[in-house]
Design a protein around this ligand. Structure first.
Ligand code: FES
Length: 121
């Protein structure tokens, strides 16, 4: 089993060892981290957290737009760690996640349609 270390920056830098092939949501919840979730297939955004260091593979997610990805958001129910990573979780991580589209419309390049195409590897 290939493992990675996950550090939770806004939880006193506590670390967890996780299986690199499994979704981060499952690995962290099994170790007692209280993380909310909904659909568990990458579509509802409930499980979003912020990646501050390292690299993840979240090709299966369809919930995030380009702005959210550029800000480091990751969808934990489908994301697998490619390297050791550092995350910000919980209410602090959701502060910039949502934006009222009636007050502040998304630009065309930020729309979800732009990110629905999987990255070429
Ligand atoms: S639980 Fe719905 S996107 Fe992760």
């Amino acid at each position: 089993m290939t493992t990675r270390i996950v550090t939770l920056a806004n939880r006193d830098n506590v670390t967890y060892e996780v299986d690199a092939r499994r979704p981060l949501l499952d690995s962290l919840r099994e170790q007692g981290v209280d993380l909310p979730y909904g659909c568990k297939y990458g579509g509802c955004i409930t499980c979003a957290a912020r990646l501050t260091q390292g690299e993840i593979d979240q090709r299966r997610q369809v919930a995030l737009n380009n702005r959210q990805i550029a800000q480091g958001y990751v969808i934990l129910c489908v994301a697998r760690p490619v390297t050791d990573i550092t995350l910000q979780i919980g209410v602090e991580s959701h502060a910039d996640l949502y934006r009222n589209p009636f007050l502040d419309p998304l630009a065309p390049h930020e729309l979800k349609a732009d990110i629905a195409v999987p990255k070429e590897s």
